[in-house]
Write a protein that binds this ligand. Structure first.
Ligand SMILES: [Ca+2]
Ligand SMILES: [Ca+2]
Length: 300
């Protein structure tokens, strides 16, 4: 092999992993998310069409030490995120800063009763979780120190996620464990009811979550925003009323999406998941319709 061919061969080896990066579509290429993850190699991107997706073994989905992107078709669209739901526990082991979970709504798994418990668990990961939603659920007893989103060690980033209008029954939303130092950016924790006690963020000794731009608002009953060590990265509001309660689809504008949301849920509001009950009177009706119409336009 002459020098030219050796250099070409070396270059081809370097480029091979890049060239092999693929986009894998669910369900077109693989019917399940787990199937796509198992087939993926580092650098691949898994794009999940709107639908409801379940787990495999133990009603869970596992991402084992792979640097991949797992996303919905349009993670920036509230409608697409709402329509792309993972009804399973998602476990992510390792993963570097290129690993991304983007644009899903997490629901309770179909087995295990009527409640959601641990939903997403990150182990020693540097991955980013973005544009994910947990909404309208009864979140049942999660013994501390775990939470709906449990971060074991690592330096994960959680950004632009929304946890709203859930009943948080003896549970924690985000738990930091075992020296975790995640960065939590622009997340919304709103309209949750803690009963008899609920926690927004619970951080063990030795952990150091950095909060930036966190909005915790409209949470009621015995809801504790942050417990344990944390670093204030600025822009955090951890208590009080929400600035734009009629924006029930959280797109930054009071508009047709919110109007349709009120009309679609017209009638009594039972327990939790009542974001359309804007005036908080226990049913979805004319008062809420008027709240939308009277604050029509961009939230500010
Ligand atoms: Ca809206
Ligand atoms: Ca109402």
């Amino acid at each position: 092999m002459n020098h030219y061919n050796a250099a070409t061969a070396a270059l081809a080896m370097i480029l091979a992993p890049i060239a092999s990066a693929e986009i894998i579509h669910v369900p077109a290429d693989h019917p399940t998310i787990q199937g796509a993850i198992d087939a993926a190699v580092d650098g691949d991107e898994i794009v999940v069409a709107p639908g409801v997706y379940f787990g495999g073994t133990f009603a869970a989905i596992y991402i084992p030490e792979k640097s991949i992107v797992l996303r919905s078709t349009d993670p920036e669209s509230a409608q697409v995120v709402a329509a792309t739901s993972i009804q399973a526990q998602l476990y992510l082991f390792g993963g570097d800063q290129t690993t991304l979970v983007d644009g899903f709504s997490f629901k309770k798994r179909p087995t295990g009763g009527g409640s959601l418990r641990k939903s997403l668990v990150l182990f020693e990961s540097a991955a980013t979780v973005r544009n994910c939603v947990w909404s309208g659920m009864h979140i049942d007893i999660i013994p501390p120190p775990d939470g709906v989103l449990t971060i074991h060690g690592g330096s994960a980033v959680v950004e632009r996620c929304r946890i709203s209008n859930n009943e948080i029954y003896n549970a924690t939303i985000i738990a930091c464990r075992r020296g975790a130092a995640p960065t939590l950016v622009d997340n919304i924790v709103s309209g949750n009811a803690g009963w008899p006690i609920g926690f927004g963020i619970r951080s063990e000794e030795g952990c150091n979550p950095t909060l930036i731009g966190t909005l915790m608002c409209g949470n009621t009953l015995a809801f504790n925003p942050v417990v344990g060590p944390w670093t204030d990265g600025g822009g955090n509001t951890l208590d009080g009323a929400c600035p734009c309660p009629a924006d029930i689809d959280y797109d930054g504008v009071v508009g047709f999406g919110d109007l349709l949301g009120v009309l679609a849920r017209w009638g009594p509001c039972l327990g939790w998941g009542c974001e359309a009950d804007i005036d908080d009177n226990g049913d979805i009706g004319f008062g809420d319709l008027l709240a939308v119409l009277s604050t029509w336009g961009p939230c500010e």
